[in-house]
Design a protein around this ligand. Sequence first.
Ligand code: ZN
Length: 298
Amino acid sequence: MSDYLVRATALEGKLRAFACITTETVREITDRHGTLALASAALGRTLTMGSMMGVTLKGRETITLKISGDGPLGQITVTADSSGHVRGFVQNPHVELPPKDGIVFGDVEKLDVGAGVGQGFLYVIKDLGLKEPFVGSVPLYSGEIGEDFLLYFAQSEQIPSAVGLGVLMEKDQTVKAAGGFLIQLLPGVSDEDINYIEEQIKQFPHITSLLVQGLTPEDILRRLIPGEVDIKERIDIGHRCDCSRERFERGLLSLGPTEISSIIEEDKHAELVCHFCNEKYQFDEEQLKTLHEQSLQR
Ligand SMILES: [Zn+2]
C-alpha cells in the first residue's frame, strides 16, 4: 500500500478527522539520514503529524514543526505543505538509549522516545503567505510526540483532540510500518459521543499493529468514530525537498569572491549538504572558478 492520507468528517460536521499511512515516506526520509531506531521513531512520528497538519493548509501555505528538547536526539524539524509533501531531519540521528521500562513487544523493543527528546518546547510555525508567520508553542508534555501535540491542540488551538502516531521498527533498524490519526472535536459534540471516542481510544490497539494487519486509514477512522464517517478527500503522501543545485550556487555566490577563491585554494572543491534531505551537491574546481568569475561581476 503506498502512502496516503484521508480527511473525513462525522457527527454532522462536528468532528473532523485525519488518518494516514506513512511507511514509505518515513522509510525514505530515515534512509536518507541514516537514522537509528530511536531517531527514526521520533522523526517518523513528527513527519506523520506534519503530513496531517499540512493538509489543513491551502495553496502554497506551509507548516513547520519543531520539537526542541534537551535530550540526546536534539531538535527535530519537519515541514509539510498542503499537497501531502513532507521533509524533515533530526539533529542527532545516531542516538541509542535502553528500551523504555525494559518493555519488549514481541521482538520489538519499546523505544524511549520521551527520554531521547527530553524537556523543552514544541513549536508550530504556519507560513500563510502573510508578512509574519503564525507561531504557536507549548512546553513538551512527555517528549513522546503524540502527547505533546495533544497538549498543543488543547492549549494553543483550543481544540479537544485525540492523536495516535506510530513507527514500528524492524530489528535491523528499518521501518516496518508508520502512520497516525488525528481526531478533532468541534463545538457541539455530545458527551455521549465524546465518551464513545474516549472508550474506543482507550482500547485501541497500537496504530502500527493495525497497519501491519492491512487495515487502511479509512478502516482506522471507522473503528474510532461513532456513526457514519464521511471521507472527504484522499491525498497521496510523499517526501519532497525544495533544495536545488541553483539554490546552493546562489548561496556560494553570496559568500563573495574572496571567500570563493579561498575555498578554491584550500580545498579545490566544495560539498554542500541540504540539512532537510541530506542531498549532497558537489562543486569541482572548474565550477568554483566559474562562480568566482560571476561573483566578481556582481
Ligand atoms: Zn533538500
